[in-house]
Design a protein around this ligand. Structure first.
Ligand code: ADE
Length: 274
């Protein structure tokens, strides 16, 4: 069962008084999205939440992140939350009772209950379109797996959306949960200094990759900044950037798709045609 003391303090619980924030008018009265992270390793999120964009978003109360230690819901005195798999095999499996009860208790802390996401390499691969949909939710419950994975009844009972961040296996769902928090928070109004930068990132509305960027110095080790970028001609710059974005997207798309065609007349990368 839940205990009142399960929550680990995170940045969201340490919101400074408005007077200590640069521009007090930008402190929201209520976060636009609340993340609840259920994990065996809440401290892993410490550095992640205490720097840069997310730190500022937490201070300004634009987002809230609450971390919950799954061991709080362990029923025996050893705080055991995992066990050997029935049928044999390596590794340990997260047990259903503590995990299901943890999610239910956390959902009951406040309304709405939120959308439950379970981090697992066997989930659907996260992409920007999914991130955009998640950013419209008021609350996300992020369930971090460890060991060999979840007892399947956790999935059957909670019916979470299963999120993979790529086709490789990590030691647990904590880094994937950080990926979700970061990607979603960037889309919350006010989180980025310049709201437009989320629109102009790769995978914007048109699904294009980002164009190349340059800053000072103009010449570095014989490589110079493309002249158009220093021309001051904004129409030309916009045209160049779009052309570069299209070119990169076509190239990446070909690399991703063509090598899967059997007997393709090229190696792992297709021949450049432009
Ligand atoms: N847990 C372990 N590996 C993972 C991955 N690639 N995506 C999501 N959760 C995971």
């Amino acid at each position: 069962m839940s205990t009142p003391n399960h929550e680990v303090k995170s940045g969201s619980d340490a919101v400074p008084p408005a007077s200590s924030v640069e521009d007090s008018s930008t402190v929201a009265s209520r976060p636009l999205i609340r993340f609840d992270v259920l994990t065996l390793f809440p401290n892993l999120f410490e550095g992640f939440l205490s720097e840069s964009i997310l730190k500022r978003a937490l201070e300004r109360n634009l987002i809230a992140v609450h971390r919950h230690d799954l061991r709080t819901w362990a029923s025996n005195k050893h705080h055991q939350v995992d066990d050997r798999p029935f049928g044999g095999g390596p590794g340990m499996v997260l047990m259903a009772p503590p995990v299901v009860e943890a999610v239910e208790a956390v959902q009951a802390l406040t309304a709405p209950p939120g959308l439950v996401l379970a981090m697992t390499p066997s989930g659907r691969r996260l992409d920007q379109e999914w991130v955009r949909r998640l950013a419209t939710q008021p609350r996300l419950i992020l369930l971090c797996g460890r060991y060999e994975g979840f007892d399947e009844r956790i999935i059957e009972l909670l019916q979470p959306e299963l999120v993979s961040i790529g086709d490789y296996v990590l030691s647990g769902g904590e880094v994937p949960a950080m990926v979700v928090i970061d990607a979603v928070s960037r889309l919350i109004p006010g989180v980025l200094g310049d709201d437009q930068s989320a629109v102009e990132d790769s995978f914007g509305p048109e699904g294009l990759l980002d164009h190349p960027h340059y800053t000072r110095p103009r010449l570095y080790r014989g490589l110079s900044v493309p002249e158009v970028l220093t021309s001051g001609n904004h129409a030309e710059i916009a045209r160049w950037r779009r052309e570069q974005a299209l070119q990169r997207t076509r190239q990446r798309f070909r690399e991703a798709v063509l090598p899967t065609i059997p007997n393709a007349p090229y190696g792992s990368a297709p021949p450049a045609t432009e």
